[in-house]
Design a protein around this ligand. Structure first.
Ligand code: TEU
Ligand code: CA
Length: 544
């Protein structure tokens, strides 16, 4: 397998609007990120993934772009962006940007021209259809609205959008569109960025004829359609292969077999991908399901493609709340989840705030929330006559805003995020959970992440080691090995709020082990481990 820098990388995701505000407008900005680069570098990460900062009306927090070649004023100037890139590189880190090319904003000049007339040269840059039997061309629903079609009175046709009404899909079947996107990608790559996170990349190709879906609610029909991989291969030929970069695709509804089409070394498409079998299809923790997914993806990709490991991002609620325990076991639980993400096969991602165990949030009113996906669904469900309070309660656990509350720097007002009024409220637990406190404590979650990342740098077994689950049937324990060039690591995790009995598996001789790391501070190097009562959310790694 070709070894390249990105395979050994740890990625840190910065949702800049919630990271650090330096001009008091209540919105994070690139200047704020600039001032925190040493904090990120000290964690030990290699790559920063920056969520979209391109000019946008901000209906979907930057994922509705109206100019790919400039930055939205609230983020900062191109000069600040250039300085940011340079300062990131000077610290030995790399920057990847979000590439949002399945759709643009409805305020993008391309769309304004396209919608101006049926005869405009850019009409075919988007997807327009006549009504069918006097209504939408088919019965599909979008991610953020009841239908993927919106009527345009001016030209008497519907236009297609996989997400919000304000996010019309580009017509990737049109070579002029593809050429325009490739030119834009070269513009940013020639500025020196180190790659892209490809947004909603599974949606680029649309099925021939837009047939009705048998189940409109199961929106996987939007993804992985014929023609997609021809586009990605062309993108690779035209752009990606000419730069030494990392490309990570966001691909919903893919199996390992489907995933391999994106990232197989022989495919010449992308390097790795975020798949969402866990994030989308496992609403709460299910250890047996998680282990089965991990083993299937390992067997599906091993030796042929590279996986990515994450448990949260700006679209999914915070892992210690959704998949761990954010009450009295928050600290060990956050460390256990980190141990898992950083020792399972694949490139680990850290979403800002995860490294101090930030939690999900429960604001009292729908008016405290911003996420277009949540607000649209609330309006849709209440519009059907459902009880507003019940709808609101049902949307809280998975609201994307759970992960979008401001970074908690210290216990000063607004957690040190802003001297103004934050665009979204700070999680009230910031007085207990903040960077300042974690930096002061030797056994904090932040310090544990630092150790995990340092271990990865010093031990290639974490990157390239073969993986074997030794606990497949256990609902609480996750015990697996990573083996590389004669070195064997045994990872032992008790993902439970109670003690769980552990027995050293066959093939391991008690007394021969060396403790690598433990998330409880009283574990000693020479502890015997033939039989253990692992404590709630206890994690240990041993080298044999
Ligand atoms: O999300 C793409 C997308 O499909 C998500 O809805 C994802 O599949 C789902 O959240 C997985 O649980 C990307 C961005 O990450 C998201 O923030 C944007 O709203 C969306 O695209 C539109 O650009
Ligand atoms: Ca600001």
């Amino acid at each position: 397998m070709v070894q390249t820098w990105w395979k050994e990388a740890v990625v840190y995701q910065v949702y800049w609007r919630s990271f650090m505000d330096t001009n008091g407008d209540g919105c994070g900005d690139l200047q704020g990120l600039l001032g925190k680069l040493d904090y990120i570098r000290d964690l030990g990460v290699d790559v920063i993934w920056l969520n979209p900062a391109y000019t946008s009306p901000d209906k979907d927090n930057g994922y509705d772009i109206s100019d790919y070649y400039s930055l939205m004023p609230k983020a900062g100037s191109m000069e600040i962006w250039e300085t940011l890139l340079s300062e990131i590189h000077q610290r030995g880190m790399k920057l990847i940007m979000d590439l949002v090319v399945n759709h643009t904003s409805d305020q993008h000049p391309w769309f304004l021209e396209s919608r101006s007339s049926r005869d405009h040269a850019k009409r075919d840059w988007y997807i327009w259809k006549d009504p069918k039997d006097g209504r939408e061309p088919n019965n599909w629903r979008s991610y953020f609205s009841p239908s993927t079609w919106t009527w345009d009175e001016q030209t008497g046709q519907y236009y297609f959008h996989s997400f919000a009404v304000e996010q019309p899909d580009l017509n990737w079947a049109n070579p002029e569109v593809r050429e325009a996107i490739y030119a834009m990608m070269r513009y940013w790559l020639e500025k020196g960025i180190d790659g892209f996170r490809l947004d909603a990349i599974a949606l680029l190709a649309k099925p021939e004829g837009y047939p009705d879906a048998s189940d409109p609610q199961d929106i996987r029909y939007l993804t992985n359609n014929p023609g997609l991989h021809e586009y990605l291969r062309e993108m690779n030929e035209q752009v990606l292969r000419h730069f030494d970069i990392l490309t990570v695709g966001e691909a919903a509804f893919v199996s390992p077999e489907e995933g391999l089409k994106y990232v197989g070394e022989d495919r010449q498409e992308l390097h790795t991908l975020f798949h969402f079998e866990v994030a989308d299809e496992m609403p709460s923790w299910d250890m047996l399901r998680f282990k089965e997914i991990q083993t299937r993806w390992y067997e599906g990709l091993q030796g042929k493609g590279w996986n990515s490991q994450f448990l949260n991002n700006h679209d999914h609620t915070r892992q210690v709340t959704r998949y761990g325990s954010d009450g009295k076991y928050r600290v060990p639980s956050a460390k256990l989840l980190a141990t898992m993400v950083h020792t399972l096969p694949g490139m680990p991602y850290i979403y800002q705030g995860e490294e101090i165990g930030m939690t999900g949030v429960r604001f009292p009113s729908i008016d405290d929330y911003d996420d277009i996906a949540m607000k649209n669904r609330y309006r849709e469900e209440v519009g059907k006559g459902r009880d507003p309070e019940a709808v609101f309660e049902s949307l809280l656990p998975l609201s994307r805003d759970n992960s979008r509350t401001p970074m908690q720097w210290d216990d000063s007002p607004n957690a040190g995020f802003s001297t103004g009024t934050p665009w979204i409220k700070v999680n009230p637990n910031y007085k207990e959970i903040n960077v300042k406190r974690d930096l002061e404590q030797p056994n904090s979650i932040y310090r544990y992440y630092q150790q995990l990342i340092a271990l990865r740098k010093a031990n290639k077994v974490m990157v390239y080691g073969d993986y074997l689950d030794l606990s497949a049937g256990d609902p609480h324990l996750y015990v697996y090995t990573r083996t590389w060039e004669g070195e064997r690591w045994l990872v032992i995790l008790n993902h439970a709020d109670h003690d769980t009995a552990f027995t050293l598996p066959d093939g391991f001789e008690d007394g021969k082990q060396e403790l690598v790391i433990a998330n409880y501070d009283d574990v000693h190097r020479d502890d015997r481990i033939a039989q253990l009562a692992l404590r709630p959310h206890e994690a240990r790694i041993y080298r044999f």
